[in-house]
Design a protein around this ligand. Structure first.
Ligand SMILES: *Cc1c(COP(=O)(O)O)cnc(C)c1O
Length: 471
C-alpha cells in the first residue's frame, strides 16, 4: 500500500501538464475547458489503476499528454473498431470471436446496402420466410431434417426449452450444469424458459439409470445433454453417452435435446481439437442439436437449431422466435459460411477460424520472421526475437487444447513491457498483446498477413513517444 501511495505522488500534476507545449498548441483548436476535463479524467483513471494494482509505475508527462489528446480526439472516433489480435487466442470473446470468411463478408455487403428477398418468395411474387434462406443449406451440410437460426446459442437454448418443455421437467446431469460466462447458466436459462430443471447424478458420475429413475409420466418433458464446452471433468467419472440417452428417450417417447456449444463441422482431431462434431451428434440420435454460429463453425454470431422437422417447426411458430430472430446481414454471412463447407478442404483454408487452427508451423515461423524484420525496420530501438509460444482456441471451446505457436518477443527501447503493451493498445489501430517475462509477446497465429505492417507501425509510434519524452 505504501508503495502505491508513493507511485501516486509521482503522477504529473494537472497544472504542470497544462504548461506542456503540445497541449498549449492543442488549445488553439480545442477549448481549454475540454482539455482540462480530459486531464482530470486521465488523472483519475491512472490513480484508480494504481490503487487497484493494475499499474505498477506512474506515467510520465509525455504519456499523460498523449492520453489527454487521445481522449479528446477519441471522442470523435467510432467506439466499435478494428484492432489487431496478437493474443494467439483464436475465438477471443472480448475481441469479437470469429472473423468471417471473405464470401461471408461479400454476402453481408450485398444485402446491407440494397433491398433483398429476406421475406419474399421471388418465384411466387408473394411473402416468403426468412428461415428458408439458410434452412436448406444447413440441412444439406449437417444431414438434419430441418434447421432454424436465432440470435445466439443462449437464445436457441431458451427457445428450444420453452417450445418443447414449458411447464414440464427437463432431466439434466449435475455434471453438465454449465455456466458459459456472463449470466448464461443452464439452470437460470431453464427457469426463464418455463421448463423445470430435474437434476440427476452427481458432479462426477451420472448413469443412464439416474435419468430413467427421474422419469415421471406426465411430468417429464425432455432429456437434455449439455456439452461441457469450457471445462472437463477428469478422474473418477462417468456420463451417459448421447447414444444411450437416445435409446432411453425413444423408449420413454421423449425428445432428446443436445446443447453442444461449438458447432464443429470438420474433424480436427489431428490438430488436437477433441470436440464432438455436429454430424456425430445427429447420428448418435439427438432429436434437436443446438450450437453457436461464431465458435468453431467460424461464422457470424448466431444460434443454430437443427433436428426433427416437427420440433423445429414448433420452434418456428413460438412467439420467442420473433424476439430472437436474426437480421439479414447475419443470414447472409451464415449462408455463405455454410456454403464453404460443401468443400471441407476449402473450408479449412477459407474460414479464418479453421485456417488459424490448421496453419502449418512452418508458415507461422515464416510469419514471425517477417514480423520481426518489419518491427526492426520501423522501430530499430527495440530488441526483437522470435520464439515458440502456446496458443488457444478460446471462446469456451476445446478448453484443454493447446496449440504450439510462434511469437515475436519485443523488449528494450527504454520501456517496461507493461508500458509498451499499453502503448500498443493506444495505437491508431490498437494491438492486443501479452506480457511474459518482462517482454511483450505477439503470437502470430491470430495476426493476419496484411496486419503485420500495422503492428510494426504501432511499435514505431511507441518508439516516437520515448523520443519526445527525452527531447
Ligand atoms: C457457448 C455456449 C453457449 C452460448 O452460446 P452463445 O452463442 O455464446 O450464446 C451455450 N451452451 C454451450 C454448451 C456453449 O458452449
Amino acid at each position: 500500500m505504501e508503495n502505491r501511495q508513493s507511485i501516486l505522488r509521482e503522477i504529473p500534476k494537472i497544472d504542470e501538464l497544462l504548461l506542456d507545449e503540445q497541449l498549449i498548441f492543442f488549445m488553439e483548436s480545442t477549448p481549454r475547458a475540454v482539455i482540462v476535463n480530459a486531464a482530470r479524467e486521465i488523472t483519475e483513471r491512472v490513480r484508480t489503476e494504481i490503487l487497484v494494482g493494475n499499474r505498477k509505475e506512474a506515467p510520465d508527462r509525455q504519456e499523460m499528454v498523449s492520453d489527454i489528446r487521445a481522449l479528446v480526439e477519441g471522442k470523435k472516433k467510432h467506439s466499435l473498431r478494428h484492432l489487431v489480435n496478437a493474443s494467439g487466442v483464436i475465438l477471443h470473446t472480448n475481441l469479437g470471436r470469429a472473423n468471417l470468411c471473405q464470401e461471408a463478408v461479400k454476402g453481408v455487403l450485398e444485402v446491407a446496402d440494397s433491398y433483398s428477398n429476406l421475406e419474399y418468395d421471388i418465384a411466387k411474387g408473394a411473402r416468403g420466410s426468412r428461415h428458408d434462406h439458410v434452412g436448406e443449406i444447413i440441412s444439406r451440410i449437417t444431414g438434419a431434417e430441418a434447421a432454424m437460426v436465432v440470435n445466439n446459442n443462449a437464445a436457441a437454448t431458451m427457445l428450444c426449452l420453452s417450445a418443447m418443455a414449458c411447464g414440464k421437467e427437463v432431466i439434466v446431469s449435475r455434471g453438465e450444469l454449465v455456466e458459459i460466462g456472463g449470466s448464461f447458466r443452464i439452470p437460470d436459462i431453464m427457469e426463464q424458459s418455463g421448463a423445470h430443471l430435474k437434476e440427476v447424478g452427481t458432479t462426477n458420475k451420472t448413469k443412464l439409470s439416474d435419468y430413467r429413475n427421474a422419469f415421471a409420466l406426465e411430468l417429464t418433458g425432455a432429456l437434455m445433454k449439455v456439452h461441457t464446452s469450457n471445462y472437463r471433468i477428469v478422474g473418477f467419472t462417468q456420463e451417459a453417452s448421447l447414444t444411450e440417452l437416445a435409446g432411453l428417450a425413444a423408449q420413454l417417447s421423449l425428445p432428446l435435446i443436445y446443447d453442444m456449444g461449438s458447432g464443429l463441422m470438420v474433424d480436427l482431431s489431428r490438430y488436437g481439437v477433441d470436440e464432438p462434431s455436429v454430424g456425430a451428434a445427429l447420428r448418435d440420435g439427438a432429436d434437436v442439436v443446438l450450437f453457436s454460429g461464431d465458435k468453431l463453425l467460424g461464422g457470424p454470431q448466431a444460434g443454430i437449431l437443427i433436428g426433427k422437422k416437427e420440433y423445429i417447426d414448433r420452434m418456428k411458430r413460438h412467439p420467442l422466435a420473433r424476439a430472437f430472430r436474426v437480421d439479414k446481414m447475419t443470414l447472409a454471412a451464415l449462408e455463405a459460411t455454410f456454403f464453404e463447407y460443401l468443400d471441407t478442404e476449402g473450408a479449412k483454408k477459407n474460414i479464418p477460424v479453421l485456417s488459424m487452427i490448421t496453419v502449418p508451423e512452418a508458415e507461422l515461423k515464416a510469419r514471425a520472421g517477417r514480423l520481426k524484420e518489419k518491427i526492426l525496420e520501423k522501430a530499430p530501438a527495440f530488441t526483437v526475437e522470435t520464439s515458440e509460444c502456446t496458443d488457444q482456441i478460446g471462446g469456451g471451446s476445446a478448453p484443454t487444447t493447446r496449440l504450439s505457436g510462434q511469437a515475436v518477443l519485443v523488449s528494450g527501447g527504454g520501456f517496461s513491457a507493461e508500458r509498451l503493451e499499453r502503448l500498443l493498445r493506444k495505437a491508431e489501430i490498437p494491438v492486443i498483446a501479452r506480457v511474459a517475462h518482462d517482454k511483450v509477446l505477439l503470437s502470430v497465429r491470430t495476426i493476419r498477413e496484411h496486419e503485420l505492417d500495422l503492428v510494426a507501425r504501432a511499435f514505431a509510434c511507441a518508439a516516437s513517444q520515448a523520443e519526445t519524452a527525452k527531447g
